[in-house]
Design a protein. Structure first.
Lengths: 348, 661
């Protein structure tokens, strides 16, 4: 929790007493973003000036586009509206979905909740942390829900690691994909941190599954460190260097940062609409910092939100911009990978 | 074992018990209303459960499901009308018993048999959970694909009045289910560039439209109150003694119910008949059957409650629903973020146990309430339907709006409503349509996944071969039993309407082919193949219908006689039902103008007064009570009422349909 070392100053100008804050979540109840919002909700009420009621409004549909567009159209910038963002909301923007009407890169992020992806395979297919046997295989099947989602990044990752046999099996959720992996039907699989701990760790301990790598944790200065949940597993940049014999740099590094920002750093986020004043943003950030120091939050956060500390402050805005606006070279790279696997879908 | 007990203790927390109890009450009520069953009941609660914690939501959903097959005995015994599809066989002996003045004996025997069957089902379910992991591991993409396809075929073959109409219903459901984003390429299919169709129609809308609306108009059409007179005073103890005496029959029928329920795709609609015919085959003296033999009540009732536990097995471990209500249950799983499969017997085992206990306790609660308050509950069947119907329509509209707060959902509801009404009247299969709709994306994905991993070799894997044999055997055995009825085509009127109806149905596959033909082959292969199959089935049915109408001679062989049975079907007065259906459209227009609260109050009063001018006291009271219930519900769950045109012009308070905040 060393990230929140700066001291907060109370702000007398902003007061939400007697007001209701509406938190728009563009997903169904029970999903990850909803759980994130529901966990934060009571702390927000406790620490926002004037202790406003915070109500969560779920507007699922259209791959998160419906709720996000609703927020863009209806949110007031006076601090009574906040937005529950997630990787898919960002990917909709980054990949240029024509139905998107929300201007995400102008939003004012308050809190980001990072995530990390783990890759693993069966122990009879490879040594731990070693891709060489996988690369020799003619056919390496993996799960891919749809290319119009963050899963698209898998295609790019396997492409950059030179896994020639990689072939996506469409329409598999991560849970369904993991089941097929355990049945021996697919060869490579991945999970986020929470499910990694819950489902994959036991299989690793039984010796059935071995770690391959993690996406890596990207710091504010761009440095990449290993994931504390699997400290021995190399990060993607390390694996890239080992496989390709050169450091991850140039266009590939740029794409990695963009993917990392969307997929990992801004996995879940709480945002104020564009046009929210600095005072309001500050009041929210102060409340978030107080929240992270709350003993109850400290006791429950790791179980509810995962092991990675929240990102609060100016840094969050930079990450969202990086995640939401892909450069042309990054788009070109992603589209090349899509084309190679005969997908008709393209990043715009 | 520890988890098993932990789940029991969790369930006995007051909040869990309260949700379970609320669900059970609702389940009892929808069970009593003839035709309304678990499917409609679940569709009504789904829009609200997803604001709850998963364990609460599960307790409530199971609470709704479990007792419907207990309370459906009231109308079956008292009036000779099955309360749900699962109690059709109960009517055979239950109603004669009631006519002989032994209603109480029949009811108490039925409730205690239901109770025992239900608990037996929960017990079998909890045992089978222990053996589920190897089964799940043995079912790869290929086996799952076969399982789903075979389940669909079985539903189609067995729930329709006519084999071919049943299977065609299935394919129509599959086609409707393929509307939306193509899963492989992301192309929009048949969406006409609307965001609404891009997502596909919400399951709850389809469920309410197909099941609740046709039943409401059907009952309005049948007029009058549900029951004429009641005599449920004496004989409770005799009924209990009957069950104790026939304990072995209860055990046999419960086992049978569990087994049939566990066959994916079969759960529910035929199990009472199977139990009944098992009883007939194993009894020496069959002279009293159909005239009021108490065993004729005990056998189907124990079987139809035991099937719930059995039917949950494929639902939980494969996500394959055995009946309409399991489709809605799976829809509920999605809403609260539970994925069926391996997780249910590993990481989410606590939730599975919670469901098992809920099932057992809801059965005890349901049977207990039915016995303890039987005279009060049976009075419920005296309420005239013109009073119940508008209230239910308001509830359905309220539930529908709260799925997505989207006006398009009303259009979806009424569209599926008219599909449901015509399907019900003309003898097509609504369960097959619903299950096809629900499983469509699963079938499509599994076919790609199977192809990618196995090619065609999956057909020669041992589990696949067993599955195919099992399925063929079931269909042959059960269709023989089902289609030996004395069908009289010459009694049916309005055959031309039904022929025109097929022509309308033909438009769906034809337009699907037309609109998707320009897409990538990975996006249109599935809908086009389905459409081609559906087209050939529909054309075949059309030919038989025309041949039947003209009485052509080529129908006189065994196969054609079989294909011809129940080819025309009519229930009730179709025009009457259309009239009531149009009154619902009127209600929608009122909503559009006045907003929901005013429209609902108006609709209830107009509807009741139209049927009975003198009933203004009750109409005002009922609309007032309903509004109070809806207001408290909406403030509790932060729900919003549909906002009408008036609400846009004048700033209304929220309880009249204005904006929240």
């Amino acid at each position: 929790m060393s990230l929140f070392s700066f001291v907060s100053i109370g702000n007398a100008d902003v007061n939400f007493a007697g007001k209701t804050v509406t938190w728009v979540v563009p997903f169904k109840e029970g999903g990850g973003t909803s759980r994130f919002a529901r966990f934060i909700q009571p702390f927000l009420k406790k620490y926002l000036p004037g202790n406003p009621d915070v109500q969560i409004m779920h507007i699922p549909g259209g791959g998160a586009i419906k709720g996000s567009n609703y927020f863009e159209k209806n949110a007031k910038a006076d601090g009574t509206f906040i937005f529950g963002c997630s990787t898919s909301v960002i990917v909709n923007v980054a990949t240029g979905n024509p139905l998107v009407k929300y201007n995400l890169s102008e939003y004012r992020p308050v809190v980001l909740l990072p995530q990390n992806t783990h890759w693993f395979t069966r122990s009879d297919l490879a040594e731990p942390h070693d891709l060489s046997k996988i690369k020799e295989r003619k056919l390496v099947l993996y799960a891919l829900k749809t290319p119009a989602s963050a899963d698209l990044f898998h295609i790019w990752i396997y492409e950059k690691l030179g896994i020639k046999g990689a072939k996506p099996i469409p329409g598999l959720s991560s849970s369904g994909g993991y089941q097929a992996f355990l049945r021996g039907e697919i060869h490579l699989s991945s999970h986020g941190a929470a499910n990694y701990v819950k489902k994959v760790k036991p299989e690793i301990e039984k010796g059935k599954v071995v770690d391959l790598m993690t996406l890596g944790i990207i710091g504010a200065d761009g440095s990449v460190s290993r994931n504390p949940l699997a400290p021995n597993a190399p990060t993607f940049p390390e694996m890239y260097e080992k496989v390709n014999g050169k450091k991850l740099e140039g266009d590939d590094l740029e794409a990695y940062y963009a993917i990392g920002a969307a997929w990992s750093q801004a996995s879940k986020a709480m945002m104020l609409p564009a046009g929210a004043s600095d005072e309001i943003v500050k009041a929210y950030r102060d409340a978030a910092i107080k929240m992270t120091n709350d003993p109850e939050f400290k006791a429950k956060a790791v179980k509810a939100l995962g092991p990675f500390p929240l990102i609060i402050g100016e840094e969050a805005g930079e990450i969202i911009k990086k995640a939401a606006v892909f450069s042309d070279t990054t788009k070109k790279q992603l589209n090349a990978a899509l084309k190679k696997h005969k997908f008709t879908y393209r990043v715009q | 074992m520890e988890q098993l007990l932990a789940a029991l203790f969790q369930l006995f927390e007051p909040t869990h018990l309260a949700f379970l109890f609320a669900g059970t009450l609702l389940g009892l009520i929808v069970g009593i209303l003839p035709g309304m069953g678990g499917t409609s009941g679940l569709a009504l609660v789904l829009p609200f459960v997803f604001t709850m914690e998963p364990s609460h939501a599960l307790a409530m959903m199971i609470g709704v499901l479990a007792p419907t097959t207990t309370s459906d005995t009231f109308p079956a015994v008292l009036m000779g009308v099955p309360g749900t599809a699962g109690s059709q066989a109960t009517v055979m002996d239950g109603f004669p018993l009631s006519k002989k003045g032994m209603a109480a004996r029949a009811l108490s025997a039925a409730f205690s048999a239901s109770l025992l069957g239900g608990i037996f089902g929960a017990f079998i379910l909890s045992i089978s959970i222990y053996y589920a992991i190897p089964i799940i591991m043995a079912f790869g993409f290929g086996e799952q694909f076969l399982l789903v396809v075979l389940a669909l075929l079985m539903v189609g073959a067995l729930t329709g009045d006519n084999l071919f109409k049943g299977i065609a219903s299935c394919f129509l459901g599959l086609i409707i289910g393929s509307i939306g984003t193509a899963p492989i390429t992301g192309d929009p299919r048949y969406t006409f560039n609307t965001l609404y169709l891009l997502e596909g129609v919400p399951l709850v809308v389809v469920g309410l439209g197909l099941f609740a609306i046709p039943e409401i108009v059907g009952l309005l059409d049948s007029k009058g109150s549900i029951a004429k007179s009641l005599n449920t005073k004496k004989g409770w103890f005799t009924g209990l003694k009957d069950v104790v005496k026939n304990w072995f029959l209860v055990l046999r029928c419960s086992t049978l119910g569990c087994l049939v329920g566990a066959l994916p795709g079969l759960g529910g609609t035929v199990v009472d008949w199977i139990a009944y015919s098992h009883l007939k085959q194993t009894t020496k003296d069959t002279s009293q059957f159909g005239k009021g033999d108490i065993r004729g009540v005990i056998a189907p009732e124990s079987a139809n409650n035991a099937k719930e536990g059995g039917a949950l097995i494929p639902t939980l471990i494969f996500g394959i629903p055995g009946s309409g209500n399991k489709v809605l249950l799976l829809g509920g799983f999605v809403l609260i973020g539970i994925e069926p499969g391996l997780d249910m017997v590993t990481t989410n085992l606590d939730l599975t146990y919670l469901m098992i206990w809920s099932l057992a306790i809801a059965n005890i609660l349901g049977a207990g309430i039915c016995m303890g308050f039987s005279s009060q509950i049976s009075k419920f069947t005296l309420v005239p339907y013109y009073i119940l119907a508008p209230v239910m329509v308001c509830l359905i509209f309220f539930a529908t709006f709260n799925i997505n707060r989207d006006w398009y959902d009303f259009i979806g509801l009424l569209s599926f409503g008219i599909i449901g009404i015509t399907f019900k009247n003309f003898g097509w299969s609504r369960p097959a349509l619903l299950i096809g709709f629900f499983l469509s994306s699963k079938v499509e994905l599994l076919s790609y996944q199977t192809q990618a991993v196995y090619g065609l070799s999956f057909l020669s894997r041992p589990v696949s071969i067993i599955l195919i044999i099992l399925c063929l055997a079931t269909i042959v055995l059960l269709t023989k039993q089902k289609f030996d009825s004395n069908y009289r085509s010459d009694l049916i009127k309005g055959k031309l309407t039904q022929i025109y109806y097929i022509v309308i149905l033909l438009c769906l596959p034809l337009s699907m082919i037309w609109f998707t033909s320009s897409l990538d082959y990975r996006a249109n292969l599935f809908p086009i193949s389905l459409s081609v199959i559906a087209l050939s089935l529909l054309v075949f049915i059309l030919i038989i219908k025309i041949a039947d109408l003209k009485n052509l001679s080529f129908l006189n062989n065994t196969f054609m006689r079989f294909a011809r049975s129940n080819i025309f079907e009519i229930s009730g007065n179709f025009n009457n039902q259309l009239f009531y259906y149009f009154s619902f459209i009127g209600f929608l227009l009122m909503n559009f103008i006045f907003g929901f609260p005013i429209a609902a109050a108006l609709f209830i009063n107009i509807f009741i007064l139209f049927h009975n001018r003198k009933a203004y006291v009750s109409s005002i009271c009922i609309s007032a009570v309903l509004m109070v219930i809806l207001w408290s519900l909406s403030s509790l769950l932060t729900l919003q009422f549909p906002n009408g045109l008036i609400g846009l012009l004048i700033d209304l308070p929220w309880w009249l349909g204005g904006q929240l905040n």
